[in-house]
Design a protein around this ligand. Structure first.
Ligand SMILES: [Zn+2]
Ligand SMILES: [Zn+2]
Length: 257
């Protein structure tokens, strides 16, 4: 992950208000494009005659023009027609979450996030590092709205279950049950991304509690009912993998050594 500075400079002082609106619109479009993470939390401030936004993007080269979606290109064009120029400057690596996947050709992916993560919600199945969304062939609209909405819903559920006060059971169920709305939407996203990438795309089912180590080891895939336990956990996290249903899960946290 990389910190970037985006400067919005307008040619005339009377356009300052319009420039602020333009900055909001462009940041929203960049987020849908997978180029900016957490756009709504990015500080925007006035510096001299320009607006400046400090944003987090997956990589140093995330704002290369060839990565822009049709919508981002269109908005930039409208800004230019108004006399608003936009400058992207890479500042520094983010110290808490620096790396993204550098594998030449990952063998597969998993849709994965948690309440602490601001990285893109896709991980490489080989190195388990985040994969920028713009590495996937884009849909006709050129954005990742559905994936970003799922990420926001998942992180909200994870935060509530971690806080253990409000809706703990309901949110844990959303993250654990293969039939929950969150899981259904997540698996639909996996299926679209699998057809776009041509690579297996897995969905992770959170597992909080099990009854005993023996019963936990014997549990079967909740979708097809077949055995899916792995003797050696994948990335020290996934003890269960069903290739047919494209599902992954962890050994119940309450029974983990
Ligand atoms: Zn990788
Ligand atoms: Zn299965």
């Amino acid at each position: 992950m990389y910190v970037h500075r985006i400067e919005f400079r307008c040619s005339a002082e009377q356009l300052l208000g319009r420039t602020a609106e333009f900055a909001d619109e462009l940041l929203g479009a960049l987020q849908q494009n997978g180029l900016v993470c957490e756009a709504e939390c990015s500080p925007v401030y006035l510096e001299g005659g320009s607006y400046v936004a400090i944003v987090l993007a997956p990589e140093q080269m995330s704002f290369a023009p060839e990565l822009h979606s049709e919508r981002v290109t269109k908005i930039l064009g409208e800004g230019a027609a108004l006399g608003i120029t936009v400058t992207f400057t890479a500042v520094a690596e983010d110290s808490s979450c620096a790396q993204t996947c550098a594998c030449h050709s990952p063998s597969g992916y998993v849709l994965f996030t948690n309440f602490l993560s601001v990285a893109p919600p896709v991980r490489c199945l080989d190195c388990f590092l985040p994969v920028p969304l713009y590495r996937f062939p884009v849909r006709p609209a050129g954005d990742f709205h559905d994936v970003i909405c799922w990420q926001s819903d998942y992180r909200s559920c994870d935060r509530l279950q971690m806080n253990c006060t409000v809706l703990e059971k309901a949110t844990t169920r959303q993250m654990s049950d293969v039939g929950s709305t969150l899981s259904k939407v997540g698996r639909e996203n996996c299926s679209v991304l699998e057809s776009l990438s041509g690579k297996p795309f897995y969905y992770y089912l959170y597992r909080a509690n099990g009854r005993s180590v023996k019963s936990e080891m014997a549990r079967c895939c909740p979708s097809c009912g077949q055995p899916w336990y792995l003797e050696t956990a994948l990335h020290s996290l996934f003890h269960y993998k069903c290739d047919q249903c494209r599902l992954l899960s962890n050994f119940a946290w309450n029974l983990s050594p």
